[in-house]
Design a protein around this ligand. Structure first.
Ligand code: GSH
Length: 228
C-alpha cells in the first residue's frame, strides 16, 4: 500500500500494547507522527477516529487501526527487512495462539495481581498471590521454550513478532515486584530473554518520553533510522 500522508500514532508510553506497536513501527522503519496521550484526558481527535478509546491507534490515510496486533501486522507487512514475521508466516496458528494466550489469560491474572486493590470486590477475584501464580504458569511455558531450545528468542534465535508482541506484557508483570521476578529460579531463561530485549537499542528509542500531545504544538516525528 502506498502511504500518502504521514501516519499518526496515538500512544501511551507505558502501555504494553502501545509499546509493542511502537516496536513494530520501529522495526518496519515507518516514519510517523507520535501523539502521546493521557489516559484520563484523551484527545477528542483520537476518539473521533476510534470510539473505543484505547491506545495504540494508528491513523493511516485510508484507514484507522486500533488494535495493537493489527498495527504490528500492518507495519511488518509494509516493510519487514529483518524478517520479524517469520513465525507468523511459517507457523501462523501457533504464533497467534501464543500471543492471544498472553494477551487474554496471562493479562487477566497479571491485572489482578498488579492492580489487586481494584479487583477486591470482584466475585471472581482469587487473591493477589493466587493470580501471581496463575500468571506465572503461562511464563513457565515460555521458560520451557527458551530453555529446551537453548534459544535467545522465542523463534529460531532471532527477534521476531513473537518477542516484540509478548515482552511488554511480561515486563509489566516483572515491574510489579522486580526482586521476586529476578530471583525466581523458575524464570531464569525468561529473565535473560527480557534483559536481552530491553537492553537492545530499539527499546530505549521507543521508550523516549514525549510531552502529551497538544494540537497547537508542532508535530513530533518518530523515525527509527534503522540501518537496513
Ligand atoms: N486489545 C487492545 C488493548 C489496548 C489497551 O487495553 N490499552 C489500554 C492502555 S494499556 C487503554 O488504552 N486503556 C484505556 C483506558 O485506560 O482508558 C490492543 O491490543 O490494542
Amino acid at each position: 500500500m502506498k502511504i500518502v500522508s504521514t501516519p499518526i500514532l496515538y500512544t501511551f508510553r507505558r502501555c504494553p500494547f502501545a509499546i509493542r506497536a511502537r516496536a513494530a513501527l520501529y522495526f518496519s522503519n515507518t516514519k510517523f507522527e507520535i501523539r502521546e496521550i493521557k489516559l484520563n484526558d484523551k484527545p477528542k481527535e483520537m476518539i473521533e477516529v476510534s470510539k473505543k478509546g484505547t491506545v495504540p491507534v494508528l491513523v493511516l490515510n485510508n484507514k484507522v487501526l486500533d488494535e495493537s496486533m493489527e498495527i504490528i501486522i500492518w507495519a511488518l507487512e509494509y516493510n519487514d527487512k529483518l524478517n520479524l514475521l517469520n513465525p507468523y508466516i511459517k507457523k501462523k496458528k501457533e504464533t497467534l495462539d501464543l500471543i492471544s494466550k498472553i494477551d487474554n489469560k496471562f493479562k487477566y491474572h497479571l491485572d489482578r495481581y498488579k492492580y489487586s486493590s481494584r479487583y477486591e470486590k470482584d466475585n471472581h477475584f482469587k487473591g493477589k498471590y493466587i493470580h501471581r501464580n496463575l500468571a506465572e504458569s503461562y511464563l513457565l511455558e515460555i521458560e520451557n521454550t527458551l530453555y529446551t531450545k537453548k534459544n535467545t528468542y522465542l523463534f529460531e534465535n532471532r527477534i521476531s513478532i513473537l518477542d516484540i508482541s509478548i515482552f511488554p506484557l511480561v515486563r509489566q508483570f516483572r515491574t510489579a515486584d522486580l526482586e521476586w521476578f529476578k530471583s525466581n529460579p523458575k524464570l531464569t531463561a525468561v529473565n535473560r530473554w527480557l534483559d536481552k530485549i530491553t537492553n537492545l537499542d530499539f527499546f530505549n528509542i521507543i521508550m523516549k518520553k514525549y510531552k502529551p500531545w497538544k494540537k497547537i504544538n508542532s508535530p513530533e516525528l518518530f523515525s527509527s533510522n534503522l540501518k537496513i
